[in-house]
Ligand binder design. Sequence first.
Ligand code: S3P
Length: 170
Amino acid sequence: MAILFLIGYMGSGKSTAGKKLAAKLQVEFVDLDKFIETETGESINAIFANKGENEFRALENNALKKLINENKDRVIACGGGTPCYYGNMELMNNHGISIYLKMSADALASRLINAKDKRPLLANKNEEELRNFITEHLEKREDIYHQAQYIVKGKNLNVDEMVDFLKSIK
Ligand code: S3P
């Protein structure tokens, strides 16, 4: 195996797919946000509120580098912004297999309307603001997301197919 990096917008199902994938591949699963929370002893919300997004991005880059340096076979579910800062996309492509879970802005907005509170970039937005924000934000990020080595449709994702595919490219 290798390190598998799951990337994609908030709400695209990286953690859910990552857990299933790791179980089927019998490797460890790491959620990068949770790892940062454990390392810092602070929630993502608290880091954004107390230290700001720039500091969060630095912590995120450090956490990613730490996991990469451990050089273990595992599945890492990244945060939605991870690939977009500090050259993290290139770092992931150089040290493992990157997979973009792609989903439309509309599908993401429907999934995120009830899951905004733990996401400082989305909290406080009403339904219309959320939809507009996601549409623009996703467009800005997609150039980077498309640098992933593999792109899969996040909606109705078939984890078994993904496992077969990953085994076939080994
Ligand atoms: C972010 C996504 C979040 C988390 C932070 C910032 C982003 O992770 O890292 O709130 O910039 O898209 P999820 O994609 O797991 O929600």
